[in-house]
Design a protein around this ligand. Structure first.
Ligand SMILES: *Cc1c(COP(=O)(O)O)cnc(C)c1O
Length: 429
């Protein structure tokens, strides 16, 4: 495959944009080589600036769950754009989307829209602190909750890909209020809670982790975490920026059968436009300005163009609930296909999957937390990534990211992916 134009565009971008990208993982630092510049996309396929067609497994890191340029979303955006794109005044469509989200997601009464997952998580923690009057939070190593200061303590995703577990610029003062626990290790959380009695406002977690590869929670862990938080009067925050409207219409709460106290959304909820949201029951949400004292605001929050994309997306997912099951079936098929090829070539690996999230780790031991994810062999991963790319398969360019399947992927695409791996596998030894 030729990447002439992508290479030229990347060089030009580096002149004007730090590292040539507006979000670090896009730069291919973890796998080497030149990032692919996208020209357009439709359904399950990306078309790059050199004219290559790629089968897409990242779906814009989740939002494009129905495939690219999904017609109802495009129509909604186009129609809305003609009527003006931002007013700084309330619009009806904000309520329409809020109502639909509240109907789809269990255990929430109200929702506030923001512009990104980062904003959602940042605001959720402020709300938890304001509501509880306590200051510390617990997060899990390898979980990513966006790039707000409080979360850049052993964060997953791009923050780990770049080997800067805690970023310069995050103050000691901030870091001391974020306590770090091990994913899938309830005793570890219990010990932290005990050592910081009465000081912990919230535990924030990706209910199915997707930023250190895909790591499902063990049932005992997630259930135990819920019970611990209830007993100790700690708010449990599910960061459902990845899992929301992806694992089930009601997200991870519905999928796992466990309720959180505050929910964070992003990605799918915006249908490919910049939207985040956080939500909770009335007694918590009423602490938020202008009703309550916890301040939170945004010039473009609830932007009508973004809301129209989100509404078209969620309406489709709400009406066609069978999409979730069909996506899970496709992901299982891919899982079995990949496992079959890697096993037949004797390549040491682990595959983690939950719903339509899946990741492959080149390591011997089960991947259940950040440390076991880090044990994966990155050299093998690089060969895997670039090998698949040459075959026209676009996987996440980092071992610490989950794949996100989209509804436009056909079984032919999945078969082509498995066949591609047949050709790549001999190089993975
Ligand atoms: C992507 C992501 C975020 C951050 O969302 P942005 O829109 O990139 O700010 C937060 N939490 C999780 C779990 C995510 O996957």
């Amino acid at each position: 495959m030729i990447y002439q134009r992508s290479s030229a565009l990347f060089r030009e971008a580096q002149t004007y944009i730090p590292g040539g990208v507006n979000s670090p993982v896009r730069a291919f630092k973890a796998v080497g080589g030149t990032p692919i510049f996208v020209k357009e996309a439709k359904g399950a396929y990306l078309y790059d600036e050199d004219g290559n067609q790629l089968v897409d497994y990242i779906a814009s890191w989740g939002p494009m769950i129905l495939g690219h340029a999904f017609e109802p979303v495009i129509e909604a955006i186009t129609d809305r754009a003609r009527k003006g794109t931002s007013f700084g005044m309330p619009t009806e469509i904000e309520t329409t989307l809020a109502k639909l989200a509240v109907e789809m997601v269990p255990n929430i009464d109200k929702i506030r829209f923001v512009n990104s997952g980062t904003e959602a998580c940042m605001s959720a923690v402020r709300l938890a602190r304001g509501y509880s009057g306590k200051e510390k939070i617990i997060k899990f190593a390898g979980c990513y909750h966006g790039h707000a200061d409080a979360f850049l303590i052993q964060a997953g995703s791009g923050a780990v890909t770049f080997g800067s577990p805690s970023s310069p610029g995050v103050t000691q003062g901030t870091a001391k209020d974020t306590l770090l626990a091990r994913y899938n290790d309830l005793e570890n959380v219990e010990a932290l809670v005990k050592a910081n009695a009465e000081e912990i406002a919230a535990v924030i977690i990706e209910p199915v982790a997707g930023n250190m590869g895909c790591i499902p929670p063990s049932p005992d862990f997630i259930k135990g975490l819920r019970e611990l938080c209830t007993q100790q009067n700690i708010l449990l925050i599910f960061d459902e920026v990845m899992t929301g409207f992806r694992l089930a219409p009601g997200g991870a709460q519905e999928y796992l059968g466990i309720n959180a106290d505050i929910l964070c959304f992003g990605k799918v909820i915006g249908g490919g436009l910049p939207v985040g949201a956080f939500a909770a029951r009335e007694e918590i949400m009423k602490f938020l300005a202008p009703e309550g004292p916890v301040y939170q605001a945004g010039t473009l929050s609830g932007n009508p163009l973004a809301m129209s994309a989100g509404l078209a997306m969620l309406s489709t997912l709400n009406e066609k609930g069978e999409i979730f099951g069909s996506l899970e079936k496709k992901t299982t098929y891919l899982h079995e296909g990949i496992a079959g090829v890697l096993e037949s070539h004797g390549i040491i690996h682990q595959i983690n999957r939950e719903g339509s999230m899946i990741s492959v780790h080149f390591t011997e031991d089960p991947v259940v937390d950040f440390d076991s994810a880090k044990a994966g062999d990155n050299e093998t991963f690089k060969r895997y990534f670039h090998g698949m790319l040459k075959q026209g398969i676009y996987l996440p360019p980092s071992a610490y990211e989950s794949y996100f399947l989209n509804d436009a992927l056909s079984y032919d695409d999945l078969d082509a992916t498995i066949k591609a791996l047949e050709r790549v596998a001999p190089d993975l030894k």
